[in-house]
Design a protein around this ligand. Structure first.
Ligand SMILES: C[S@@+](CC[C@H](N)C(=O)[O-])C[C@H]1O[C@@H](n2cnc3c(N)ncnc32)[C@H](O)[C@@H]1O
Length: 793
């Protein structure tokens, strides 16, 4: 998040400054906090000899860090541009007599896709080389190719190792910088021009309604049919229902009854990047020096624990949870992990300390001393010692829980708490951070004989797992059917190792949030214990959810048929995975596409119960411009630029036009270029087509010193005498900057003219420059959506 301007920030600093370099809210000499120092000294977080360096680093501004985002192939290409064009250009820059270092790759980030640099804001504003690099980054950030993100915040998704088939839950996801990384991992098989449709799923959730919009905006940068965004309290995240994938007909002689049961979707990977006191972000948010209190961490501990426990209940066997905070307080970190592991068996911390070579880490703490007061009283060695000092009447209302205290040394050892990972600011010039990687123990390999297993059900589950999911699913469903007829088979209906969990009856009638969790029983049951707020019913609670529902439209719906016709879509186009956002499925403006698992979730879960904010990606939009009407094109849909990579593999030759690099330049330089301005071959191709939406494949080439290194595929709209690139103007500018090294678009020329006019009229006025904000960049504006078909030029 960008820093807020504080009182110390005496007038006149532009947002640009704030975005790129720390805007101090307090002077350096005030960067002290006795309580903080006393508390952390008592925790022994660091050896004595590192203490001063640690505090000193905390007072220094953070270097600027960013990550090249997007699908792997596209990211590599952009990264090469940074490495081979920008960095050499920035090497050797001298500003006011001092050498300025160019950006450097962060050593531990895979494929060198993350960068850091440390330059004063006036260098960014005044050095021509850095100014140009800055503009490049601003544009690329706006279109989602670059993510300005703290280095340590990039870590949790790397430890999750998400693969395209994984079912992933990001429990506390907003504003979404880590969600973007998880999405990229799901889309690891995308190519430069087309998106894969991963078989996996990512549910990105946040309990803060407003922040879910930031999340939606952020994740729109990598549109995905595998994404769902929900707005739920993670500590009581409801069971997501999915049907069994098999339909069993138990006997050919009996009536053919489908044995379809509901299962709870279990996840392969869960990120718990929980709300925390954030003292690891002191370098970015120096205001924390003034306000830090240990009671923040003490107060958050219980929520953090409940969120982690809920995640553990929703994880598949062999699955992985990353629990992370940007706090260095053990009460928010190791204490939470220890309590969670003690409360729910079958999990272990895994040692991934060597996962990212080059990353300097410290092991987790095995002991700590919670303070029971704001003024740091760490005298109580155990919870019992503390609670006995309180009157009986005060005990029940005490905010301190047993889990604030460390386990015994032997327990800490057996829980392997030292496998947690700690990052301190002075180790590699970053923020402070904490990560724990928990695994639900994988299925045990089948023993030679079942008799060897102590737990009778364990041997059975193992055998199922070894024989494979399909087989075990079939068996389970079959047993369910027999159970209905013959009873007494409950034990055999145990969920299999790898399968989703069959839902108990209560979960089928799952109540709807908002709900309160009974804190006294954090993990005793498989579902959190819930009670409704006074006077609220499940229906009442859902009624507060005002988003539109999603409705699938039949593959033979006239709109879908029209799209199939216009875009020459191949027979394997997943037409049954298209949906619209309204209850009746009519008055369609946009068609969204989801993958199979998202479709299944949407179809089997009430959208208000799971507070579904958005899902899938928009692929087609209705063209509603005046010219479209004049041309009788009101039934026309156009392919949207964000959805194009998803539908491109299905688009047939009838809807595709080939063009060269020179044509791209013409499209860039004008809003509505006349068809007659293009090469003869392009003219003859486009003139032979009816007015409407097409896709252009621009071939690589060279032109006046600029190079198009790879094929580029973009949507256009053909009118009577002109053609238009259907790209919003920021995306167009970013593309121009990347390919031509400057912004040659009409919008840029017009903006430059306006700026000149303004500065001539009021020579002393400060002119706004574009801003690169961290994580929460920009307001959600979909300009492509707003584009009307132009009047013919
Ligand atoms: C540390 S931030 C998450 C940052 C995010 N993972 C990212 O990388 O951009 C914690 C988030 O948790 C959310 N939050 C707080 N309480 C929550 C709860 N009970 N359930 C879900 N989200 C919660 C906050 O709104 C906040 O967005």
């Amino acid at each position: 998040m960008a820093n807020k301007k504080g009182k110390g920030n005496k007038g006149g600093k532009s947002r640009d400054d704030a975005a790129w370099a720390r805007t101090d809210v307090i002077e350096r000499e005030h960067m002290h906090n006795e309580r903080l120092e006393k508390y952390y000294k008592a925790q022994n977080v660091l050896p004595e000899e590192e203490w001063d360096q640690f505090l000193e680093t905390m007072r220094n501004p953070l270097p600027t860090t960013f990550r090249v985002a997007g699908s792997r192939q596209a990211a590599r290409l952009l990264n090469d541009t940074i490495k081979d064009v920008h960095v050499p250009h920035l090497a050797g820059v001298v500003f006011e007599g001092e050498a300025v270092s160019p950006p450097q790759q962060i050593p531990w980030y895979p494929e060198g896709l993350a960068w850091q640099f440390n330059v004063a804001k006036k260098v960014l504003r005044k050095s021509p080389e850095f100014k140009k690099f800055h503009s490049f980054l601003v544009f690329e950030t706006e279109v989602g190719n670059v993510s300005r993100q703290e280095a340590v915040s990039m870590l949790p998704p790397l430890f999750l190792e998400v693969e395209p088939h994984h079912r992933v839950l990001d429990m506390c996801a907003a504003p979404g910088s880590k969600t973007a990384q998880l999405l990229e991992a799901l889309h690891a098989h995308d190519t430069i021009t087309s998106s894969s449709i991963p078989s996996g799923l990512l549910i990105a959730n946040d309990s803060d309604y407003k922040r879910t919009h930031l999340l939606i905006h952020q994740s729109a940068r990598l549109p995905s049919p595998a994404l769902m965004v929900t707005n739920l309290d993670a500590s009581i995240f409801p069971a997501i229902k999915i049907p069994s994938e098999q339909t069993i007909f138990p006997s050919s002689t009996k009536a053919r009854v489908a044995a379809k049961k509901q299962y709870q979707l279990l996840f392969d990977r869960i990120l718990c990047d929980v709300p925390c006191s954030g003292d690891g972000t002191l370098r970015k948010n120096p205001g924390i020096w003034k306000h830090w209190s240990p009671m923040d961490g003490n107060g958050l501990h219980s929520l953090q624990l409940r969120i982690l426990q809920r995640a553990m209940r929703m994880l598949k066997k062999g699955g992985r949870i990353v629990y992370s905070t940007c706090s260095i307080n053990p009460v928010e970190n190791e204490a939470v992990v220890a309590a969670a592991l003690k409360s729910i068996p079958g999990f272990e911390l895994i040692d991934m300390s060597n996962h990212l070579p080059g990353l300097v880490l410290r092991p987790g703490l095995t002991s700590w001393k919670p303070t029971v007061t704001r003024e740091i009283n760490t005298d109580f060695a155990t919870y019992q010692d503390y609670i006995q000092t309180l009157d009986e009447s005060q005990r029940a209302s005490s905010k301190m829980l047993e889990s604030h205290w460390p386990p015994s040394a032997a327990e800490a050892e057996s829980l392997h708490l030292s496998r947690c990972l700690r990052i301190y600011p002075h180790l590699q010039d970053t923020g402070g951070f904490f990560i724990a990687i928990l695994q639900k123990k994988p299925p045990v390999k089948a023993p030679a004989s079942r008799g060897a297993s102590k737990d009778p059900s364990e041997g059975k589950r193992t055998a199922d797992a070894v024989e494979g999911l399909d087989r075990s699913d079939v068996k389970k469903a079959k047993l369910d059917v027999e159970g209905e007829a013959g009873k007494g088979q409950e034990a055999d209906a145990e969920p299999t190792e790898d399968a989703d969990e069959e839902l108990p009856e209560e979960a089928m009638e799952d109540p709807t949030p908002p709900m309160e969790v009974d804190e006294a029983t954090p993990a005793a049951t498989s579902e959190p214990k819930i009670r409704f707020k006074k006077g609220k019913t499940a229906e009442g609670a859902s009624a507060h959810f005002k988003e539109n529902p999603y409705t699938f439209i039949a593959p033979d719906d006239p709109i879908i048929k029209a799209c199939i016709e216009i875009f020459d879509l191949s027979s394997n186009f997943p037409a049954s995975n298209l949906l619209v956002r309204n209850p009746a499925g009519d008055s369609v403006r946009s068609l969204y596409m989801v993958n199979d698992i998202v479709k299944s979730v949407v179809q089997h879960n009430d959208y208000a119960r799971i507070r579904l904010m958005t899902c899938g990606t928009k692929v087609f939009g209705k063209q509603e411009g005046t010219e479209a009407k004049r041309e009788g094109a009101e039934t026309h849909f156009r392919v949207l630029s964000e959805g194009l990579p998803v539908v491109l593999p299905y688009i047939g030759p009838k809807a595709i036009v080939q063009a060269d690099f020179a044509a791209l330049k013409i499209f860039m330089e004008s809003y509505y270029p006349l068809t007659s301005g293009f090469s003869e071959s392009f003219q003859s191709m486009i003139n032979a087509k009816a007015n409407g939406s097409y896709v252009v494949r621009f071939q690589p080439g060279q032109l006046e010193g600029a190079t198009l290194t790879h094929e580029l595929v973009l949507p256009i709209w053909k009118s009577n005498v002109s053609v238009m690139l259907m790209l919003d103007k920021r995306a167009k500018s970013a593309l121009s900057m990347r390919i031509f090294g400057e912004d040659i678009t009409t919008a840029a020329r017009e903006a430059a003219a306006r700026k000149k006019e303004k500065s001539e009229a009021t020579p002393d006025a400060q002119v706004d420059t574009p801003v690169l904000e961290e994580d929460t960049a920009g307001a959600p504006v979909d300009e492509t959506e707003a584009v009307d078909v132009p009047e013919t030029a």
